[in-house]
Design a protein. Structure first.
Length: 355
């Protein structure tokens, strides 16, 4: 027998959860179908909130990222109040050392005031005080708990195999989705939201591809004297210190499909780039390696808003900025789903830009 819902969100990563929480907070009945929470890019990320350090050029994407960064403090406060948990949000700023001269950059002496012991090759760089970080793993737990607190139904282990459209052609305009075919039977809803990250092509021919990132962490044992007080965003790697002494080093960027595992060369590249950037890291205890799959798109913008199916909304392809873009994606997509009014902020992110 088919299960019936009002709004079904396919995908239980940060984007799916954040949209669900926003919709539910505004009174909608929401159900999430999640294939495998642990595989979401949400867990693999470093949690940088870095529109400036990532050097996103002036564009609707930069505007969206800056808007989302500004939403972060209130968004986190709301989630933490709801759950009583800490998401590790830290407006620590990001220092971006450079090995070559760039216009308007700070000199090395100024850089060293922010962060002593930088590698000798760092001749200068940039300081972005408004960029920061959140502990993405802690945030994932907070979002999951918040969803449960609000009474959002979350079903895990569900793989959506296909959209049922009542028509033979897939992705045909003016059609709508009648149901989802899953490994656990048929699910029906009035509205559907696709938030399946790097796996989106399993369901729709939209250009979202996996871009693998390998990561590792080291740990400083003396939590009273943390050596790093802000993120370091270098030319070859970034170093993200948490307040509990953990330090994340990322990330490779590989076009290898969904090839699993950390490789020796990947870990070697990360460690040598991190030690070049910040030599003291060589003495810290190696703790963990992992990897994940960013949902990349050809122009590196996400795909947001309406789809050729009248009752399907898209929220996928956040590439390097899924953690950063979660609050603004949640508010704009929830608003769009609830009001069905086009949002000018979403125009640049419509799937049809790919023709
Ligand atoms: N946002 C950093 C990364 O994707 O590696």
């Amino acid at each position: 027998m088919a299960r019936n819902c009002e709004i079904l969100i396919i995908g239980g990563g940060i984007i799916g959860l954040a949209i669900a929480i926003e919709l539910k907070s505004q009174g909608a009945a929401v159900t999430i179908l999640c294939r495998n929470f642990a595989e979401a890019a949400t867990h693999a990320a470093a949690g940088m909130l870095a529109p400036q350090a990532e050097e996103i050029p002036p564009s609707p994407m930069l505007d969206l990222c800056l808007e989302s960064r500004a939403l972060y403090p209130d968004w986190i406060h709301k989630l933490e109040s709801l759950t009583g948990l800490n998401a590790g949000y830290w407006a620590c700023g990001i220092l971006a050392p450079r090995y070559q001269h760039s216009e308007k950059m700070l000199d090395r002496a100024s850089l060293l005031i922010h962060q002593p012991d930088l590698g000798e090759e760092a001749i200068g760089g940039f300081w972005f005080p408004q960029d920061g970080q959140v502990d993405n793993r802690a945030l994932a737990k907070v979002l999951w708990m918040a969803a449960q607190e609000l009474g959002i139904e979350i079903h895990t282990g569900i793989h959506v195999d296909a959209f049922g459209t009542g028509e033979p052609a897939r992705f045909k305009s003016d059609s709508s989705i009648t149901h989802l075919e899953t490994n656990q039977g048929i699910w029906k809803a009035d509205r559907y939201i696709l938030a399946t990250g790097a796996w989106s092509q399993d369901l729709l021919p939209i250009p979202v591809f996996p871009r693998k990132g390998q990561m590792l962490s080291v740990r400083v044992l003396d939590r009273e004297n943390l050596p790093l007080k802000q993120v370091l965003y270098g030319e070859e790697s970034y170093i993200v210190p948490r307040q509990d002494g953990r330090i994340i080093v990322g990330a490779t960027s590989e076009n290898v499909g969904f090839q699993a595992g950390n490789t020796a060369i990947g870990v070697h590249q990360l460690l040598s780039a991190a030690i070049r950037l910040y030599p003291p890291i060589q003495h810290f205890t190696l703790e963990e390696t992992w990897y994940g799959f960013r949902p990349a798109t050809p122009d590196e913008f996400p795909i947001l808003g309406s789809s050729p199916y009248g009752n399907l909304t898209l929220a996928a392809g956040h590439y390097r900025n899924g953690i950063l873009l979660a609050p603004v994606t949640a508010s704009t997509i929830a608003q769009f789903v609830l009001t069905e009014k086009p949002d000018p902020r979403l125009e640049a992110f419509h799937w049809s830009r790919y023709g």
